[in-house]
Design a protein. Structure first.
Length: 178
């Protein structure tokens, strides 16, 4: 299957909700309304001609001072056919949510948690949406462009780590005074 026909198939099936499609530098991109994201993702994964069975990456972009402010970006790969596809969905600041794709691609679990942690975008239907990189008491979302560089965070209290003799871990301590 050639790259152009992938975009043509998507345009035929989702013409009512496609915001934009383009192919630049060998990278096909589809921008779709978030209300149809799950339908498009299911089609891309289950269609026998497409078989996009790998969610290679999921991230977000903050277009501060633009409306909609955010875009959630999905990078898909078909192991059978070898094409790659970028799917984007705009997310406004006032309704900072997107549908979760964890049921289709289990790898979305941690990717969505990272986007939530760094940008504050909530994924509806996510099985365990909580911080993954920052500690629970961290205030704000550090990859938002309006996040203050000089913001002071609450101090995390020192935790006593267990004493154990495994030198292959970063918490290796032979006794309490190490």
């Amino acid at each position: 299957m050639d790259q152009k026909s992938i975009l043509d198939l998507i345009r035929e099936k989702f013409s009512d909700s496609i915001i934009e499609t383009h192919s630049r530098l060998g990278q096909d991109t589809v921008v779709i309304e978030k209300t149809r994201l799950i339908d498009l993702a299911g089609f891309l994964k289950e269609d026998p001609e497409l078989k996009f069975n790998i969610l290679a990456d999921l991230t977000a972009v903050d277009y501060w001072k633009k409306n909609p402010r955010f875009e959630v970006v999905y990078h898909l790969l078909s192991l059978d056919n070898r094409p790659r596809l970028r799917v984007k969905t705009p997310v406004g600041e006032d309704d900072c949510t997107a549908p979760s794709l964890c049921k289709l691609w289990p790898a979305a679990n941690w990717y969505e948690r990272e986007v939530f942690d760094m940008f504050g975008i909530r994924f509806e239907g996510h099985p365990d949406l909580k911080r993954i990189l920052m500690y629970p008491g961290f205030k704000g979302h550090p990859l938002r462009k309006d996040y203050p560089k000089t913001r002071h965070q609450p101090i995390v209290k020192y935790r006593d780590l267990p004493v154990h003799g495994n030198p292959n871990t970063t918490t290796h301590r032979k006794n309490k005074d190490d």
